[in-house]
Each structure stands twice: as C-alpha cells, then as structure tokens.
Design a protein around this ligand. Structure first.
Ligand code: AMP
Length: 602
C-alpha cells in the first residue's frame, strides 16, 4: 500500500494549514449560495427539479424548453439571450428570437424525417447557427453531438461512425475540407446541411442548404413529450488508450446544468456571462449553451480564439460579469503580466471561474493581483455532465484546491483493496481515487456501445473518476493527478500537479509538464518539461536554478531529477497538458490516439 502523502500541495501554506483567500465581505450581489453547510443539509433533487418548469401539460422535461421556450413565454422574452461577437460582425438574439429560430430548426429536422432519437452532429466554429442547431435539435428530441471544428478529417469521421450520425450540420468550408472525401465511409449519414459563408446559401452536391431549410420552416413548434431519461447529448472523450468514448447524457441533465449555474457560477438575472470553451467540449455545451440560458442570463459567444488583449477588450466592452475560462488561458495571460490590464475598466466583472485541468495556486493568486478577485477553480468531467466540486462565491478560497462538492453531490476518496473492493480513506490529506456517489441527474448513462468500459467505472454505489485527490480537514478537495499519470518514485507516490505548481512559482516558468521516467533504482524518477516565459533563455544556468528551487519547495524525494526545456508543451485542443504524450515521446513509445492534440512542439 502506498504511504499516505503529507500535505505538500499547499504551496503558499503557512505551517499547519493551507493559505486562504477570504470570501468577499462586501459582495456586489449577495451570492446564491450563502451558507454552504445549510445548503447541503437542505438540498434535495426534487427541489432542484422544481427550479425548472417542465414541459406544459406534464409532458416531461426537455432541455430546450428550459433553456429557451419558457423564457420566451415569460418576462425575459425581449431581453438579450445570445450575444455573438463574430470575427467580422455581431449578432444578438432575444429569447423570443431564439424561440423562433430554434423552432424553425426543429421543424426543418422533422421535415427531413429526423425525429426522436435521430443523431444530429454539429461541426462548426462558434457561429450562431451552431447554437440554433443544438437547441433546435433538442426541441425535436434528436440526440445532439457537437464536434470540435479544428479536428481533422479522421477524428471527425471516426466520431460520426461511432456515434451513428444520421445528420450533420456544418459549414460549406468545413465540409469541403474535412468531410466530403470521407463521406463514402459514412453510409448511415443521410443528411448534410451546410451553412454558407457568412450564412449565405450554398449549392454543394448531396447536401442541403441551411438558409433554404430555415426560410421554409415555421417558427411554431410544439416540443413532443420528452422523458427525462431520453437521450439528449453525446460527448466524446478520449481515454489514454483506445478509441474515443461517447458519453451519453439525457434530458434530466438540465437539472444539474441549471443548479450548478446558480450555485457554482453564481448566475444572477442581469449577468453577462462568458464561457470561453468551445461547444465541441462538454464545458462549451453544458455551460457555453445550456446553463446560462436555463438561468436566464445573457450568454456571450466569441468566435475568435484566445488573444489576451482581445479578451480584455471583450471583458471591458461587453461588461462581462461572470467569466468561466481555463488554466491554459490563465497561464497565457499571466505570461503577459498584470500590467497588460492597466487602464481597463473591468468594473462589471464580479466572478471568475476555471475548469479543465488543475489550476495552480499561483494562477489563483494572480487573479487577485490582476483582477482583484481569485479564479474559482471547479472540477468535473465529460462523464459527470456538470460541475461536481467547486469554490463558491461565499466560501474562502484555498489556492490550489478544487473546492467542495456541490450540494446534492457526495464525493469521497477511495482506495482499492486486494479483493477488488474499495474502502474510504480515513483522516485528512490521504491520497486515493476521487469517487462520487452515483445518481446525480447529469451522470452519464453509458458509453455508447461500450458496456464493459462503462461498468468498470463503478464499484458498488461509487463512480470512480480516474483522478487521484485528497480531502482536507475542512472538506476541500485537492487534485493530485490522473490515476494513470501518477509517479511512483522510491516508494513515494507523487502527483505531477504539485511538482508543476512548484515549478510555476518560479518567475521564469510559463508552463510545466511532469512525468515519471523509468529508473532502475527508484522505479521512476520525476522528469519535468518546462516552457519559459519570454525574456528567459533555456540553458544550464536556469536548469540548475529550477532544480534547486524545486528541491527547496518539495524536498529531494519529490523534486524533479531532470528538466528539459520546450518552446510549448503538447496540449489537447481543450487545453490540457498531455503528460502521457510527453512520456511516450521521452520513452520512444507509440503516441496512441492524438486526435485531440492541439500544439505540437517538436
Ligand atoms: P474532460 O472529460 O475532458 O472534461 O476531462 C476531465 C478531466 O480533466 C478530469 O478527470 C481531471 O483529470 C481534469 N480536470 C478537470 N477540471 C479539473 C480541475 N479543476 N482540477 C484538476 N483537474 C481537472
């Protein structure tokens, strides 16, 4: 059995505890969740469900009704629902307009024979038609799968095949570049609908024109009876090996999307919310589409990719009040320094959150320095469908911690025993696998056609997340690493994240990725790959300085023994550092599935 790991993650910690950033004593608006313990005690899923309307006449629960139609029929009908900042223009939709346009989509799909259960894939950049297609397809009770538009032809074709796509909504340019040549491989794909350049009509063989379909479709559509357990969304996630897995989500997931928007993102009626994730990833759907709409806040969508100054312009000009982004972007902004924000009026901004990979304590603290408030880290996965663990507006933030479980969510730390069973660890800051008690509304209902893989995720009532974590004496959770990324060196279990965080504290380091490298003596040694900030030069001097810095912070047993420099680290397109790829390359092993690889630094 592994020895318990002492509390090494609290990098800014005073002896005997973790550093805290106290909750705001004078919040601009009272947080939705004011007393965490009371909220947990009083929470019920029935109560969360009651925050939604359900379809009229008891016809069930449909995500698109909660996101669009109920607001279109209420006092928010003429308020801004979707505000789109395109590369070459802007558009806005009120809830009434969103209702009409998504009803057109639903009618058009139905007219093509795409009814309940039909699989509709959407492959597009962040253009308004993507949002209309997703919501319209949900109205028609189709199953929607948004695909990331920067995927190459092969990953797209593979996902369309595994997901048994009946229809694809995409743009003319993407179709020609990425789908047309592989279409013969996809006999099941009956309809391809193309959005032309800047929404103009198209005429490509074997495809339909979005504009014509919309023109001819009615703006009235009655959502058919929808059972909460009806399949609604399909999200692909890459394992470390094997084919991408299609996680199945149902309409009932909207209960979670809605309540997490309220508690973890602290949505209030006048908010302008910006989720920087692309809907090709689960964050960009659950929180880039569904949660802001169900909560009735204005959802800002930005077509362009990351650019720090461009993002600051948007935060300022659009008066963004709640901002949900990711560690990679935060680290890139940190690289530029807080001086880049000088003179900006960001007075509308009141809550910042981050998800997707571990958020280094340095990054949380930089939020305070640069924006006057911390980034609130939260944790979840494609499989969980919604935020599970979070730092809340009305709770002290411990930099480096993912926060505490959402009311209604039971999370724990488990260790497997020799018989294949599991037991909960006793006592604080003991490392084990992060597990969640099954049964929350947005839990995946399966991996498409992979029952064995799905069954392996559960032991008894627990869903095993595949992440290693610790829980402290106050119930805050601390991320250690993916179970398959963890390093075992001379009997010590070492999470790559804590080593990366220690390196990130050094002013020269922009990014760090840490792996275990096989070693005859130690089993594995810790090896770090580091990207330096502008103005620092790779070489022996800085290597020695970083090794010394890490030894001082972490101790000799945990500090890296080797450091290599890279211009960039390989990342997934959703911004996660691909440690397994760093490792495969270091060891000359096959690189495995790299369909999600974004930047290749070799
Ligand atoms: P995905 O299913 O692609 O969204 O990836 C989920 C995985 O990302 C989790 O299992 C974690 O390994 C990682 N992750 C997401 N959010 C966090 C976070 N706040 N801290 C640490 N790891 C995270």
């Amino acid at each position: 059995m592994n020895p318990p790991v002492p509390s090494r993650l609290g990098l800014t910690a005073p002896v005997g505890g973790h550093a805290r950033i106290p909750k705001s004593a004078t919040p601009r608006v009272p947080p939705n969740l004011t007393d965490y313990d009371a909220a947990c005690r009083d929470f019920s899923w029935a109560g969360a469900r009651a925050l939604l309307d359900g379809l009229p006449d008891g016809r069930g629960l449909n995500i698109a009704h909660e996101a669009v139609d109920r607001h279109a029929a209420g006092p928010r009908a003429d308020r801004a629902a979707l505000r789109w900042i395109g590369r070459a223009g802007e558009r806005a939709f009120t809830w009434r307009e969103l209702h009409d346009e998504t009803s057109r989509v639903a009618n058009a799909l139905q007219g093509l024979g795409l009814g309940p259960g039909a699989r509709v894939f959407v492959l597009a950049g962040r253009i308004p038609e993507l949002y209309l297609a997703v919501l319209g397809a949900l109205k028609a009770r189709c199953v929607v799968c948004p695909l990331f538009s920067a995927f190459g032809p092969e990953p797209i074709a593979m996902r369309l095949e595994i997901g048994e796509a009946d229809a694809l909504v995409t743009t003319e340019a993407l179709y020609r570049r990425k789908v047309e040549a592989l279409r013969p491989r996809l006999p099941r794909l009956r309809h391809v609908v193309l959005v032309g350049e800047a929404g103009a009509a198209t005429a490509v063989r074997d495809t339909l024109d979005w504009q014509r379909l919309m023109q001819d479709a009615s703006t009235e559509f009655v959502i058919p009876r929808t059972e909460p357990e009806d399949m609604a969304l399909l999200h692909f996630t890459s394992g470390t090996t094997g084919r991408p897995k299609g996680a199945v989500h149902v309409h009932e997931a909207v209960v979670m999307h809605n309540v997490t928007g309220c508690y973890a993102l602290d949505f209030h009626p006048d908010d302008v919310f910006w989720c920087t994730a692309d809907p090709g990833w689960v964050t960009g759907t659950s929180y880039g589409i569904i949660a802001p709409f169900t909560n009735g806040v204005t959802n800002l969508v930005v077509e362009a990719e990351f650019d720090a100054q461009g993002w600051y312009d948007i935060l300022e000009r659009e008066r963004v009040s709640v901002w949900y982004t990711a560690p990679t972007a935060i680290r890139m902004m940190m690289k530029l320094g807080s001086a880049a924000l000088a003179g900006r009026d960001l007075s509308a901004l009141r809550f910042m959150a981050s998800v997707g990979e571990p958020l280094n304590p340095e990054a949380v603290l930089w939020g305070v320095e640069a924006f006057g408030m911390p980034f609130h880290d939260n944790w979840w996965q494609t499989e969980t469908g919604g935020i599970m663990i979070a730092n809340y507006a009305a709770m002290d933030v411990k930099p480096g911690s993912m926060g505490r479980p959402l009311p209604g969510i039971s999370a724990t730390i488990l260790r497997r025993d020799e018989t294949g069973g599991v037991r909960e660890v006793s006592g604080p800051m003991q490392e084990g696998e992060l597990a969640l008690k099954a049964g929350w509304p947005s839990m995946m209902r399966g991996y498409l056609k992979e029952e064995v893989r799905y069954a392996k995720c559960f032991v008894g009532e627990w869903y095993l997340t595949g992440d290693l974590a610790m829980r402290d004496e106050d119930g805050y959770f601390w991320f250690v690493g993916r179970a398959d990324d963890v390093i075992k060196s001379s009997g010590h279990l070492i999470g790559p994240f804590e080593v990366e965080s220690a390196l990130m504290e050094h002013p020269a380091v922009a990014e760090a990725g840490v792996i275990g490298k096989p070693d005859p003596m130690a089993g594995e040694i810790v090896k770090a790959f580091v990207a330096l900030k502008p103005g620092f030069e790779a070489g022996e001097t800085i290597r020695r300085e970083l090794l010394g810095h890490a030894r001082k912070r972490l101790g000799a047993a945990v500090a890296p023994k080797e450091i290599d420099f890279r211009a960039n680290l390989p990342k997934t397109r959703s911004g996660k550092i691909m440690r397994r790829l760093l490792k495969a390359r270091e060891l000359g092993l096959p690189e495995g599935d790299i369909s999600t690889l974004e930047s290749d630094e070799r």
